[in-house]
Design a protein around this ligand. Structure first.
Ligand code: GAP
Length: 514
């Protein structure tokens, strides 16, 4: 675990050192849970967004995109339930004056029980070697059974308190479990209170004329309120989807794990409108489609899992998360929900508009049901970074830091180096870039020896490097180096585009989805 935490710290520093992610307003010492993407980060992020967007709107004839405004009519958030129910339970420690999410404190306590069990298992594995049977051990070892019983009882009590919105019970659990503040080490806790996560601001110039509006906490509502506009103007027939990428804002109480939980973040959401009664079939289809999208990146099926929700929101009739194996455990990257007709019906009720679909096949009107796929761009970015980062031991005792990014997502696809800064080599290198830059992102580098330039490109995940040397001027060939194998081969300049373009294009990923 500690080793994984070290790796995660290295990834965070790497992101800053190589222009991927900076703390927001860094010169003023940053702003909690807000980050800026640097010169390489923005390219990687744009590539992730392009991969998602194209997989939705290019590969599906019945999915179209929109780009709704961040500000929406305040009644939107009343109708969606966010004004009344988009809350986290918070608790303060009176000694440290630090604020925590009560649910997170309890979930961390549950995780501690899990860690204890894991410790027992790994001790036993060492003791018994190859003959170790984990299932048998966990079902018979008394110590493990005792810890598991405590863990399960806590989990049950916690789930009941959360479902009932019982804040006193949440506090009582924290007291009974003797959970202490990590800063002060004391159990001097306040009451638990509900805290709405939406940021408020005012629109209008005078105090009297101004009205409160919210920064949207999800992009989905921009799609729901445009359902009729898109359906009518696009003459869309059910089933059809509307996709959107955009910023969302949540006043998260506990900001943790770098860009995993941010106050300003980006979502890629798609609402798929279907005929009532067919939604569970579509839910299963979208689960498979979305999992395939993740797995096409080649990070290994073992690093993903579904977490099906057993406790459903009152308006949902199925829900699952796609979790990815981050250095700090399996964590949600995407949510897939069957949201019934809740949102459209609520907006119909609050707006007084009829929001329905006339089905020409059956001659009836109804409110469509919705399957939602919702993924955080920043979490996706983090999962890509975590999986790609490696401190690789090389023969001879050297190490190199390399990002094994999927080539289609890499910020720079090809780096071109003149071996020296003279004899016409820089001009020849520039000529290659001038030719290839229309097809993919190329970078010119002439500083330092070639070895150092390779290392810099490895660190930002550039899949190919080309070196121009005196032989190039005679026979138009260059050395082409592969990031992962570090193998070099001599190829003709005229072949470069053909070799590289296919490997680095988003199309190469999209083709895996068909
Ligand atoms: N419209 C549904 C919705 O917003 P959600 O589970 O609250 O559902 C969907 O969010 C996705 O948005 C999450 O799976 C996660 O990837 C991302 N996300 C949510 N809150 C986030 C935060 N504070 N920071 C970064 N990403 C976040």
């Amino acid at each position: 675990m500690a080793q994984q935490e070290d790796v995660f710290k290295k990834i965070v520093s790497h992101c800053k050192e190589y222009g991927f992610v900076f703390p927001s307003s860094d010169i003023y010492d940053g702003l909690g849970a807000v980050y800026d993407y640097g010169q390489n980060g923005v390219e990687l992020k744009n590539n992730i967004k392009q991969y998602w967007w194209q997989s939705m709107v290019l590969l599906h004839q019945n999915i179209v995109g929109i780009d709704a405004a961040i500000f929406m009519h305040p009644t939107t958030w009343k109708a969606s339930g966010h004004v009344d129910a988009f809350n986290d339970p918070l608790i303060d420690n009176r000694d440290s004056k630090k604020r925590y999410r009560a649910d997170v404190l309890i979930e961390d306590q549950i995780a501690k029980y899990d860690e204890k069990i894991e410790k027992e298992v790994s001790k036993a594995r060492k003791r018994f070697g190859d003959s170790f049977d984990e299932v048998m051990f966990c079902s018979t070892n008394q110590r493990v059974l005792d810890i598991k019983a405590k863990r399960d009882a806590l989990h049950e009590r916690y789930a009941q308190a959360m479902n009932a919105g019982d804040l006193n019970e949440l506090r009582q659990i924290i007291l009974d479990e003797e959970i202490v503040c990590p800063i002060s080490g004391t159990r001097n806790w306040t009451e638990v209170r509900q805290f709405n996560l939406m940021f408020k601001t005012e629109v209008g110039s005078t105090a009297e004329g101004a009205s409160t509006i919210y920064l949207r906490p999800e992009t989905a509502q921009g799609i729901f309120v445009n359902y009729l506009n898109v359906q009518k103007t696009g003459r869309m027939k059910l089933p059809f989807g509307i996709a959107q990428i955009g910023k969302a804002f949540r006043n998260e109480i506990v900001a943790r794990q770098f860009i995993f939980r941010m106050r300003e973040f980006e979502q890629m959401e798609m609402q798929f409108f279907v005929k009532p009664g067919t939604e569970l079939e579509w839910f299963q289809k979208w689960k498979q489609t979305r999992m395939a999208w993740h797995q096409a990146l080649g990070f290994g099926a073992e690093n993903y899992r579904f977490h099906d929700h057993d406790k459903l929101a009152h308006y949902a009739n199925a829900a699952t998360d796609i979790e990815f194996h981050m250095p700090f455990g399996f964590k949600e990257v995407e949510g897939i929900h069957s949201r019934t007709n809740f949102d459209l019906s609520q907006h119909a009720k609050y707006s007084g508009k009829k929001i329905e679909y006339f089905d020409p096949d059956t001659n009836e009107s109804y409110t469509p049901y919705v399957i939602e796929t919702s993924i955080g761009v920043d979490r996706m970015f983090l999962s890509v970074m975590c999986h790609s980062f490696e401190e690789e031991q090389l023969p001879g005792g050297e190490t190199r830091t390399v990002l094994h990014l999927p080539a289609a997502l890499a910020p720079v696809k090809l780096a071109v180096f003149p071996l020296t800064k003279k004899d016409g080599l820089p001009e020849k290198a520039q000529e290659i870039i001038n030719d290839l830059r229309f097809h993919f992102n190329c970078k010119y580098e002439e500083k330092d020896q070639i070895g150092k330039r390779y290392r810099r490109m490895d660190a930002i995940g550039t899949p190919y490097c080309v070196t121009v040397d005196p032989q190039t001027l005679q026979d138009n060939t260059v050395t082409l180096r592969d990031r992962d194998t570090m193998e070099q081969r001599r190829v003709n300049i005229s072949e470069l585009r053909g070799i590289i373009e296919d490997q680095v294009s988003i199309t190469s990923l999209l083709k895996k989805l068909l």
